[in-house]
Design a protein around this ligand. Structure first.
Ligand SMILES: C[S@@+](CC[C@H](N)C(=O)[O-])C[C@H]1O[C@@H](n2cnc3c(N)ncnc32)[C@H](O)[C@@H]1O
Length: 203
């Protein structure tokens, strides 16, 4: 059952410790021993048009390394939904993310359409994800990708990083255009994908 809390200001106490402790407890769910590097954050946020983005969703925010940077850049009237499966990390985010543009949900990315509808959104402009697609069951992987595809507004983008290339073939099945790159300045180096529903000529 998904829980939700609106919270308001951003601080960063003990986030890394909590993240690493949860990797030790749930390595398949967390997928990485430390949060992402600033280089990976920059690369992931680069495709976002901050002037037009109003409905942004982040899957698996962890301790909030992307969240903090998104909040610096997003419009004052935009909304950001954080969907975090890990109960400890979701509770942590609810405790310290105090920006009124943010809603923290303890739940699964598979329910993105339900969460968007609950907020009265017409759709999602940008979905960002670092959730470990390679270690989850195939059915769940397909469900999250298909739900994300159907949630996107025209011109919307699904921006993904992964530590293996396994998800690439699944992304190509679901999205009309998938642009692929690597960020080596991260531990470990990350595969990065920008997916859209536009044809390659329009993307
Ligand atoms: C590799 S960590 C990335 C954390 C953070 N975004 C970063 O870059 O440091 C993956 C995160 O995805 C979360 N996660 C895994 N499966 C999920 C799902 N189905 N829905 C939402 N979050 C999920 C994990 O709990 C973890 O916080």
């Amino acid at each position: 059952m998904a829980e939700e809390t609106k919270v308001s200001a951003v601080r960063k106490p003990k986030g890394w410790l909590l993240f690493t402790a949860n990797f030790i407890k749930h390595p398949g769910m967390i997928g990485s021993v430390v949060p992402s590097s600033r280089f990976l954050v920059e690369r992931m946020l680069e495709p976002i048009d901050w002037d037009t983005a109003r409905h942004i969703v982040e899957y698996g925010p962890g301790e909030g390394i992307f969240t903090r940077e998104i909040l610096k850049r997003m419009r004052h009237d935009a909304e950001l939904v954080l969907i975090e499966l890990n109960a400890d990390l979701a509770a942590y985010l609810k405790g310290y993310v105090t920006d009124p543009r943010v809603t923290v949900i303890h739940g699964s990315a598979a329910d993105i359409n339900k969460f968007a509808a609950e907020r009265g959104w017409d759709g999602v402009d940008y979905a960002l994800s670092g959730i470990p697609f390679s270690t989850m069951p195939e059915g769940l992987r397909r469900e999250i990708l298909s739900e994300t595809r159907s949630s996107l507004n025209p011109g919307g983008k699904f921006i993904v990083f992964q530590f293996s290339n396994k998800v690439f073939s699944y992304l190509k099945e679901v999205f009309e255009a998938v642009d692929k790159g690597m960020e080596f300045r991260n531990l470990p180096p990350a595969h990065c994908y920008r997916c859209s529903t536009a044809t390659p000529a329009e993307a």
